[in-house]
Design a protein around this ligand. Structure first.
Ligand SMILES: NC(=O)c1ccc[n+]([C@@H]2O[C@H](COP(=O)([O-])OP(=O)(O)OC[C@H]3O[C@@H](n4cnc5c(N)ncnc54)[C@H](OP(=O)(O)O)[C@@H]3O)[C@@H](O)[C@H]2O)c1
Length: 340
């Protein structure tokens, strides 16, 4: 018997999740059945979409039920295998959730080769967030040489890849991030313009430092950043709407006049192409190319990445709040059984 520590959803949060919304418990795990594998979690990915899974509001995916283990992508080691596809000691990408061990169907796992890249990157630059940036930017944003691409949450795993692919495609990259340390990192990554949204002066700073306007705005955050970017969008600008993390902990929309008419007016008069997407939509079309392009770019140093790896499963709820509030610096990953 394997004792498994896990974090379950105890109640649905209102606003920022609190300790009482989770239940940390332990349970004995059985053995893997035919076609299944017992996994020990090495790394758990924390992603903004998990806030949506805690809510039962209608969305593109089913919520986590109260009492269930919180979901999440994981990099794990095979402890026991009841499948001819995997052997003890293999490292795999799966969807084990917020727990130390999981039993998963072999068919849902992908073997990882530590020789290719550190295995934690399968949760970031070489995983779902990197793919989101790649597919959303190339399919919807379609940056052309000489154009200007802007993105916020620009030091995160989605935003940093958007900016670096824009550069590879010959476009100018404008990164928006929270605080001077993150802005300095954007300069190191080769963004042409790096701005801090916390100065409260983003609208004017964009006007001064991006006089040519914006041709592609990859929308990761919404809120005040979107308000500052909207007036800078050029005619025929493309806006892949990837995420609205500024809203995820809101309990209701902020007070104020209804601006939907003005927004639609802007879309009409500047012929904007605003298109939401969820990355799964593009898996069939782009995933194979993504893996080969991105592995090459990472190897050649054309795409660099930063990880924020934190120790200990029990602190995961705290780390998750840090992620939503911008207190992460790079891809947020939990090293599940590490103590420091
Ligand atoms: N559509 C899809 O299929 C898909 C897939 C993956 C991710 N996403 C979305 O992509 C976005 C980025 O995800 P990620 O994993 O790369 O996250 P991330 O950048 O690692 O973390 C979120 C970042 O959002 C920024 N942020 C939070 N509140 C903000 C606010 N009020 N105003 C401006 N910035 C704020 C913070 O960065 P700063 O400190 O720099 O402000 C924070 O670090 C999220 O919206 C996520 O939901 C969508």
């Amino acid at each position: 018997m394997t004792t498994n520590h896990r974090i379950r959803l105890n109640s649905r949060p209102v606003g920022e999740p609190k300790a009482e919304n989770y239940l940390l418990d332990e349970v004995d795990l059985g053995s893997p059945q035919d076609g299944e594998v017992l996994l020990r979690t090495l790394y758990l990915s924390l992603d903004p979409y998990m806030r949506g899974r805690m809510s039962d509001a209608k969305s593109y995916a089913k919520p986590v039920e109260v009492g269930d283990v919180m979901v999440g992508a994981t990099v794990s080691e095979v402890v026991e295998s009841n499948s001819s596809d995997f052997s003890t000691g293999d490292t795999v990408l799966g969807y084990g959730g917020w727990q130390e061990y999981s039993i998963e169907k072999a068919a849902h796992l992908r073997r990882l080769d530590p020789e290719v890249a550190p295995v934690s990157t399968a949760l970031g630059v070489l995983g779902m967030p990197g793919f989101t940036a790649y597919s959303g930017l190339l399919e919807i944003g379609r940056p052309q040489e000489g154009e200007t691409v802007a993105v916020a949450a620009a030091t995160g795993p989605v935003g940093s890849v958007v900016g670096q692919i824009a550069k590879i495609k010959g476009a100018k990259a404008v990164g928006i991030a929270g605080g001077p340390e993150k802005v300095a990192h954007l300069n190191e990554l080769g963004f042409d313009v790096a701005l801090d949204h916390r100065t409260g002066n983003l609208k004017n700073e964009l006007k001064e430092s991006v006089p040519q306007g914006i041709d592609v705005y990859f929308e990761n955050v919404g809120g005040d950043v979107f308000k500052a970017v909207l007036p800078r969008l050029n005619t025929y600008a493309r806006v892949p709407v990837c995420g609205l993390v500024a809203n995820y902990n809101l309990t209701e929309l902020p007070e104020g006049p209804d601006r939907s008419g003005a927004l639609m007016g802007n879309i009409l008069t500047r012929s904007l192409n605003v298109r939401g997407f969820i990355q799964n939509e593009f898996v069939e079309k782009h995933h194979e190319n993504f893996l080969s392009d991105m592995s090459g770019w990472v190897k050649e140093g054309k795409v660099r990445y930063r990880e924020d790896i934190r120790p200990g499963l029990d602190k995961t709820p705290e780390y998750f709040n840090d992620l939503l509030a911008g207190r992460n610096f790079g891809k947020m990953v939990v090293a599940v059984d590490a103590e420091s």
